[in-house]
Design a binder for this molecule. Structure first.
Ligand SMILES: Cc1cc2nc3c(=O)[nH]c(=O)nc-3n(C[C@H](O)[C@H](O)[C@H](O)COP(=O)(O)OP(=O)(O)OC[C@H]3O[C@@H](n4cnc5c(N)ncnc54)[C@H](O)[C@@H]3O)c2cc1C
Length: 390
């Protein structure tokens, strides 16, 4: 039975960074991952390009982490998004910043990020066991006993980084919650967060169209971000963020041109009165959307009656979108809920109930918007959980 000072369960961003921190402090460390490769979920973020962090301010991070972001003040004082950027730069990964502060590798390939993390783990002399599912964790006396089907290890310190319950095909099936329960920790209610929206809408006509910085609103909730029409409804950051405020049965309003006023649109139609409406709208909007909007109106702008002008402008500025529901937890990007933060020391991420037991990443009751905020939370909590605190 091999003994390690630290064992980390789960090779996502939190687990990889926890392993790096632990090993960089000279601790003998083992990272156990049930998939063949590390970072399966991370690889799929940012459309396969890996949205490794967000380069915003601390206030931006707090706004981007609506689910208990304030718990992370102490974590971010030790390791924050700028430290993530520095870490990758120091380890030979060139990064770039895109819209909304989203940070990606210049290579546009997740592999670059995952390889850099894995190389660092190996360079620091830590061990990695992939294709290895942990099936039991106990602490009968002073050390943790960790078992897979074929192996048993012991450790002084255990870091659980098994993720949430979204996209279970990536390996995040909620096993960390079972470990937490075994050690008498409470788990808050698990719910879908950052969920694509199911809508009662003519999807077929618009399927696949993506829009930049449109405004989706429902009551006081007004979100300006990118949006994607899919075969089931709406996805993209604007829809994912709106999913926190709707259940199904609501009617959202979509402003397709939020920086153009209704008066500007009226003037635009007047300027292009001799042209076919669908052709002039193509200057402002994707072609298929322009065709869709022009349907049911006379061909040319000059043929529109004043009520029809108002109707067309309303369709562009206040398109009604009835929401019928949200994707399930398994098909949502993030899990809301997890190991209760009341029982975790915010400075060390150590359990207040079991000495040596630590949690980091999405297994905790922390949820954030896509755009790099969850990954920032995972990498930073991973670093802090892996670091010794004397
Ligand atoms: C499609 C998609 C797109 C996303 N896009 C973004 C984005 O753009 N920006 C953003 O901030 N967030 C995004 N997210 C969320 C983000 O990927 C997660 O919040 C983040 O990966 C959580 O990191 P983690 O290390 O806590 O857990 P995970 O990445 O879930 O890793 C947990 C690991 O633990 C392993 N594991 C579980 N149980 C065991 C066991 N018993 N034994 C051994 N190993 C085990 C799993 O196999 C897994 O590899 C996206 C999520 C999805 C699904």
């Amino acid at each position: 039975m091999t003994h390690y000072q630290t064992i980390v369960i789960g090779g996502g961003p939190a687990g990889m960074m926890a392993t790096i921190a632990s090993a960089s402090y000279g601790q003998s460390t083992l990272l156990i991952e049930k998939n063949k490769k590390l970072g399966k979920k991370l690889a799929g973020t940012g459309g396969g390009r890996c949205n490794v962090t967000n380069n915003g301010t601390l206030d931006d991070l707090m706004a981007g982490i609506p689910g208990n972001g304030r718990f992370l003040y102490s974590v971010f004082s030790q390791f924050d998004n700028h430290d993530i950027i520095q870490f990758f730069t120091d380890n030979g990964v060139k990064l770039k910043v895109e819209d909304h502060g989203r940070v990606f590798p210049v290579s546009d390939q997740s592999r670059t990020i995952i390889q850099a993390l894995e190389n660092k783990i190996l360079e620091l002399g830590a061990s990695i066991a992939t294709n290895c599912e942990v099936v039991s964790v106990t602490k009968p006396e002073d050390v943790f006993i960790v078992k897979s089907a074929e192996n048993t290890w012991t450790a002084d310190k255990l870091i659980v980084t098994t993720g949430g319950k979204s996209y279970p095909s990536t390996g995040s099936t909620g096993y960390g919650h079972e470990i937490a329960r075994h050690f008498k920790h409470s788990i808050t209610d698990l719910e879908a967060a950052e969920s694509p929206l199911l809508t009662d809408f003519p999807h077929k006509a618009l399927q696949g169209i993506s829009l930049t910085d449109v405004t989706l609103s429902y009551g006081k909730h007004i979100i300006t971000h990118d949006l994607l029409f899919t075969h089931f409804g709406l996805s993209g950051p604007a829809a994912l963020r709106m999913s926190s405020f709707v259940k199904g049965g609501e009617i959202l309003s979509l402003d397709l041109l939020p920086t153009t006023s209704s008066q500007d649109l009226k003037d635009f139609l007047e300027e292009h009165r001799e042209k076919a409406i669908k052709n002039s709208l193509k200057a402002l909007l994707p072609e298929r959307l322009a065709d869709f909007l022009a349907q049911g109106f006379p061909e040319k702008a000059k043929q529109l009656t004043p009520p029809q002008i108002e109707e067309l402008i309303k369709k562009i500025k206040e398109m009604p979108i009835p929401v019928t529901g949200k994707m399930s937890l398994a098909k949502s990007f993030v899990t809301k809920g997890g190991v209760s933060l009341k029982e975790i020391n915010p400075k060390t991420l150590e359990s207040k109930l079991v000495p040596g037991l630590h949690f980091a990443g999405e297994v905790l009751d922390i949820n954030a918007h896509t755009g790099g905020f969850n990954i920032t939370s995972a990498l930073c909590t991973g670093w802090v959980a892996g670091s010794p605190h004397y």
